[in-house]
Design a protein. Sequence first.
Length: 120
Amino acid sequence: MKRREFITLIAAAAASPRAVRAQQRTMPVIGYLSSASPTQDAGRLRGFRQGLRETGYIEGQNVAIEYRVAGDQDDRLAPMAAELARRPVAVIVAAGGNVAAVAAEAATSTIPVQTADGGR
C-alpha cells in the first residue's frame, strides 16, 4: 500500500460518522501503537503527520492522536493496545513491525487496525 493510500484510509476511518458519534468528541482520534523506540519511530511519525496534513488533517486542530510507544519492549504492547481500545479511537495505527499489529488486533474486534508499514 502506498503512503498516500494509507493516509487516505486512516483519514476516512477517523472521519467516519459512526466513529465520531461513538467517541462523542469534537474531533476524531487516531490511536498510534508502536513497538519501536521513540528514536526509531521519529522518521515514521514525521511521515505519518505529513501524510495527514496532505489530506487536510492537522494534529490538534481537526484530529487527535493518542500515542503508545513500547520502546522495543514487546511485552508492553498488549496492555497499551488494550488501553487504546478502551479510549474509543476511530482507528489504531500499528507501527514498528508485525508484533504491534498482532497486539492491536487481539485488543479489539471493532476498531480498524492498519499498519504504518503498509501490511495487513
